[in-house]
Design a protein around this ligand. Structure first.
Ligand SMILES: [Fe+2]
Ligand SMILES: [Fe+2]
Length: 320
C-alpha cells in the first residue's frame, strides 16, 4: 500500500468511527422530561448514590438513616460536579468541532451532536441538583464556580484537557455499572440518571479517544511533554476542588445530624467523604484499562513515571 492509500485507509477508519458514534447517538437519543425525570421528585428515604461510590458503608457508627443522608449529600454533589464538568467539556468539544468545519462533515456532525448532548447533560444535572436541594436541609455549599473552573481547565493544553475528558467519560460507564450492581435502596430516579447519562457518554468516550489521538498526532515531543505536565496539573486542581467540597459536605452532614459525633468520628466522616470523591472523580477513571491504554500509547516511560508519581498519593488514599 502506498502512502496515499494508507492515509485514505486511516481516514476511512476515523470517518467510520465518527459515523458509528453519530448513528448510535441518534438511535438512543433521550429527553430529560419524557425519559429521565418523568415528573418524579427525589425520595428522602432513598440513597442517591450506590454504596460502592459513596463509601457510606465504611462508616459503621452511622445508623441506616444517617448513611442515607450522607449518600444524598454526595448525590447532590455528584449532580453539581458533573454539571460543572460538562461546562468545560462542552467548550472544548465546540473548539474541536470548528477544526472539522471545512473538512470532514461527518466528524463535524458527530461532535456537534456530542456538544448538544453535553448541554442536555448540564441541564439534567442542574435539575437533579435542584431536586436534591428540595429533599435536603438548607446550608449546602458549592465550593467552586463552573465558569471559573472551565476557564482554568481550558487554559491548559488541548492534549491535557482531552485526556482528562476522556478519563471522565470513560468512568461514567463504571459508575452506571456500579448503580446496577449495588443498588440497595437506591433512588430509581438517580439510577435512571446513571443509565441515560452512560448511554450517551459511551459515544463521547469514543469521540474523545479519536480527538485526543488526532491532536496528539499533530504535536511535537516537547508539546506532548507539556501536555503531560498539564494533565498532572489538571488532576491536582480537580483534587483541590474535591478536597474543598469534601470538607464542606462533611461539615454540612455533621451540622445537620440530630446527634453529635466525637472528634475522631468527625475526622473519619471527613476522610471517608474525601476518599469517596477521589474514588468517584479520579481513581475510578485512571484505573480503567481502556483509559490506561489510551494514555500509554501516547507517552514514554519517563512521562508515565511522572504521572504515576503524581497519582500515587491519591491511589494510596483511596485503597487504604
Ligand atoms: Fe455528559
Ligand atoms: Fe460526555
Amino acid at each position: 500500500m502506498d502512502a496515499t492509500a494508507i492515509r485514505t485507509n486511516v481516514n476511512n477508519t476515523f470517518n467510520n468511527a465518527y459515523a458509528r458514534c453519530l448513528t448510535h447517538s441518534r438511535k438512543i437519543n433521550w429527553d430529560i422530561d419524557r425519559d429521565v425525570i418523568r415528573f418524579r421528585t427525589l425520595d428522602s428515604t432513598q440513597k442517591f448514590l450506590p454504596d460502592s461510590l459513596s463509601k457510606v458503608h465504611e462508616l459503621p457508627f452511622l445508623d441506616a438513616q444517617e448513611q442515607i443522608f450522607l449518600s444524598q449529600i454526595q448525590g447532590r454533589t455528584y449532580a453539581y460536579i458533573f454539571g460543572l464538568s460538562e461546562r468545560f467539556i462542552n467548550s472544548k468539544v465546540l473548539e474541536m468541532s470548528m477544526q472539522h468545519s471545512l473538512g470532514d462533515q461527518t466528524a463535524l456532525m458527530a461532535l456537534l451532536q456530542f456538544s448538544v448532548e453535553e448541554m442536555k447533560h448540564q441541564e439534567l444535572f442542574d435539575r437533579m441538583e435542584v431536586l436534591a436541594a428540595a429533599a435536603l436541609p438548607a446550608g449546602y455549599q458549592m465550593t467552586a464556580d463552573a465558569n471559573e473552573v472551565a476557564r482554568a481547565v481550558l487554559s491548559k493544553s488541548t492534549w491535557a484537557v482531552l485526556g482528562l475528558t476522556c478519563c471522565i467519560e470513560i468512568f461514567t460507564q463504571l459508575h452506571y455499572k456500579e448503580s446496577i450492581r449495588t443498588n440497595h435502596n437506591l433512588s430509581p430516579l438517580f439510577q435512571d440518571v446513571f443509565r441515560f447519562h452512560w448511554l450517551e457518554e459511551a459515544q463521547h468516550a469514543t469521540l474523545d479517544e479519536l480527538e485526543w489521538q488526532r491532536i496528539h498526532d499533530t504535536l511535537t515531543p516537547a508539546q506532548i511533554d507539556q501536555g503531560v505536565d498539564d494533565l498532572i496539573a489538571l488532576v491536582q486542581a480537580l483534587d483541590g476542588i474535591l478536597q474543598a467540597q469534601a470538607a464542606a459536605d462533611a461539615h454540612y452532614f455533621i451540622s445537620n445530624c440530630s446527634r453529635g459525633f466525637s472528634p475522631q468520628q468527625q475526622e473519619h466522616i471527613h476522610h471517608t467523604v474525601l476518599k469517596a470523591y477521589r474514588w468517584q472523580y479520579i481513581v475510578s477513571g485512571v484505573q480503567i484499562e481502556r483509559f490506561q491504554q489510551e494514555l500509554a500509547r501516547k507517552i514514554n516511560a519517563a512521562q508515565q513515571a511522572r504521572i504515576d508519581t503524581a497519582l500515587a498519593p491519591l491511589l494510596a488514599f483511596v485503597t487504604a
